[in-house]
Design a protein around this ligand. Structure first.
Ligand code: ZN
Length: 250
C-alpha cells in the first residue's frame, strides 16, 4: 500500500528555511490523512508568517486547503516588487499602522526601531506565549529569530529576522515592511517606547544637571519614563546612527 503524496516547491529565501535544505526547494511529503497545506509547509520548517502566496496545481489557495494525492504545491515568500494582485495572497492584509513586538534577544534592533520612530513593544521578562498574545491582541508584527514562535496559530503578522548584526537587521525589517520612507527619528524613547515631545526649559529645570542647565536650551522629554533629552554629544551619536541607516537603505 502506498501513501498519498504531494510535491512542494519553495521559492526565494524560503528555501533557506527548509529543515532539510535542498537547493531546488523541492520537498515531497507523504501523508495518511488530509492535512492542511499550512501544517505541511510548517513541517518543512517554514513558519506560515513567511508565506505570501500558495498555488495548488496552479491555482491560488489558502492555508486551510486540504492536501490531496498528487498535489503540486508552490510556496512563495513575500515579493516587494512583484505584482500578484490578481491572485489571492494567504497573508492577511497588512496592519494599518506598522507596530512591532520584539523578542527579547533583539534588544538592539528594538532600540534602532524606536530611534527611527517605530512603536516597538519589548520586555525582558516576556515568554513566548505572551509575545504571541501581545502580537495578536495589539495587532503588532512579531519580530523574532525563533521559528517555532512564528508557527503559533494566533500569530498572523510576524517576521523571522535573518540578519545576525543589528545593523543588518534594521535594514532588513525596514525593507521587508516598506518603511524606508516612514522614518521619524527622535520621536520615540529608545528605553521605554514612550513618545518624546519638546518641552520648555522651565518645565524640566528641576531635573537638569548644573552644566546641562548652563549650556543647553533645547529640551525634549519622554512621556513614558520622564527622561529629559538635550542636543548633547549623546544626541550627536544617535544622529550618526540615523544617517548610517539612511545611507544603507538606499
Ligand atoms: Zn522613555
Amino acid at each position: 500500500m502506498s501513501f498519498p503524496e504531494a510535491t512542494f516547491r519553495f521559492y526565494g529565501d524560503l528555501i533557506d528555511l527548509l529543515t532539510l535544505p535542498d537547493e531546488s526547494g523541492v520537498v515531497v511529503r507523504t501523508f495518511d490523512e488530509s492535512p492542511s497545506v499550512k501544517d505541511q509547509i510548517e513541517a518543512c520548517g517554514v513558519p506560515h508568517t513567511e508565506v505570501d502566496l500558495i498555488l495548488a496545481n496552479g491555482e491560488s489557495v489558502g492555508f486551510e486547503r486540504r492536501l490531496e494525492d498528487g498535489d503540486r504545491i508552490s510556496v512563495f515568500p513575500w515579493f516587494a516588487a512583484l505584482d500578484i494582485s490578481d491572485v489571492s495572497r494567504v497573508r492577511r492584509e497588512p496592519l494599518p499602522e506598522p507596530r512591532f513586538v520584539a523578542d527579547v534577544n533583539l534588544g538592539k534592533l528594538t532600540r534602532y526601531l524606536r530611534l527611527l520612530g517605530f512603536d516597538t513593544w519589548s520586555d525582558g521578562s516576556t515568554d513566548d506565549a505572551e509575545l504571541a498574545t501581545i502580537s495578536a491582541e495589539q495587532e503588532r508584527i512579531l519580530l523574532t529569530k525563533d521559528r517555532p514562535l512564528l508557527k503559533r496559530a494566533i500569530v498572523t503578522h510576524g517576521y523571522l529576522v535573518r540578519g545576525i548584526h543589528p545593523e543588518e537587521q534594521i535594514i532588513e525589517v525596514l525593507h521587508r515592511f516598506g518603511l524606508a520612507g516612514s522614518l521619524e527619528p527622535f520621536s520615540r524613547c529608545i528605553e521605554c517606547n514612550g513618545i518624546i515631545k519638546r518641552v520648555e526649559k522651565a518645565d524640566v529645570d528641576h531635573l537638569l544637571e548644573p552644566l546641562t542647565r548652563e549650556h543647553f536650551d533645547d529640551f525634549r522629554q519622554c512621556d513614558g519614563c520622564g527622561r529629559v533629552f538635550c542636543s548633547g554629544s549623546h544626541f550627536e551619536n544617535l544622529r550618526k546612527v540615523v544617517e548610517e541607516v539612511r545611507t544603507n537603505l538606499t
